[in-house]
Design a protein around this ligand. Structure first.
Ligand code: CA
Length: 234
């Protein structure tokens, strides 16, 4: 088994050099990209497996944001479980929060010590190699919020924007109950004057569309008085 591999996206030559050196000293293989476009090409040409690879992303890059790469990875069925660590610049609290919301697994704030980074990367590799109970099972859903497309059991779903939003919110943490208020805020926005019933109505139509594809399966659970969750185990 070759050593684990790190795909590093970082445009600052001094930081990149230090990071590459520290990771290689730790016995890891490193591919270094300077541009978002290079990293995306690399991910497309040789999709890395989630057990032996970690993606380390700087945010501010000449041709875009590392957060876009993170979003792309999480929306891609082949890459969605790939561990992602974000390098957030000092004072960019927003970027850190957004990074975690987009599904980054960890972050370090610049300036960071190379040892700290290596420890975090090792932590992600350990987690990824742990028994399957800690890695989410396949959900039977695929979701691409950029193109507003979703599939269930391999069949395309014709969802409205709100239905897709609800599904995306629930799928962020399968099994977790989300209240109607939380779903309303996430999908309709905080200043929405829609009522709880709006959520119920859209869940109902979403459910009907899922059942058209697989009548015997109902991945959405209603928790009376609490809200909804989506199950990955049906
Ligand atoms: Ca940068």
């Amino acid at each position: 088994m070759p050593p684990p591999h790190i795909l590093l996206l970082e445009d600052d030559p001094a930081i990149a050099k230090t990071v590459v050196y520290a990771l290689e000293r730790a016995g890891l293989r490193v591919t270094h990209c300077l541009l978002v476009a290079d990293a995306l090409r690399q991910l497309a040409t040789a999709p890395p497996d989630a057990q032996h690879n970690v993606l380390v992303l700087d945010i501010g890059l000449p041709d875009g944001s590392g957060l876009d790469v993170c979003r792309h990875v999480r929306a891609s069925p082949a890459l969605q479980h790939l561990p992602v660590l974000v390098l957030s610049a000092h004072g960019e609290e927003i970027d850190r929060v957004v990074g975690l919301e987009l599904g980054a697994d960890d972050y370090v704030t610049k300036p960071f010590s190379p040892r700290e980074l290596v420890a975090r990367v090792r932590g992600l590799l350990r987690r990824a190699a742990a028994p399957a109970v800690t890695t989410p099972p396949p959900t039977g859903f695929t979701l691409d919020t950029d193109s507003q497309r979703a599939t269930w059991q391999g069949q395309p779903l014709a969802l409205t924007r709100r239905e897709l939003g609800l599904l995306a919110e629930l799928l962020r943490q399968p099994g977790r109950v989300r209240s109607r208020d939380a779903l309303l805020a996430a999908v309709w926005g905080h200043d929405s004057d829609s009522a709880d019933r709006t959520v119920d109505t859209h869940i109902k139509t979403l459910r009907a569309k899922l059942q058209q594809i697989a009548p015997e399966r109902d991945p959405i659970t209603t928790h009376r008085g609490l809200g909804y969750s989506v199950s990955t185990l049906v």
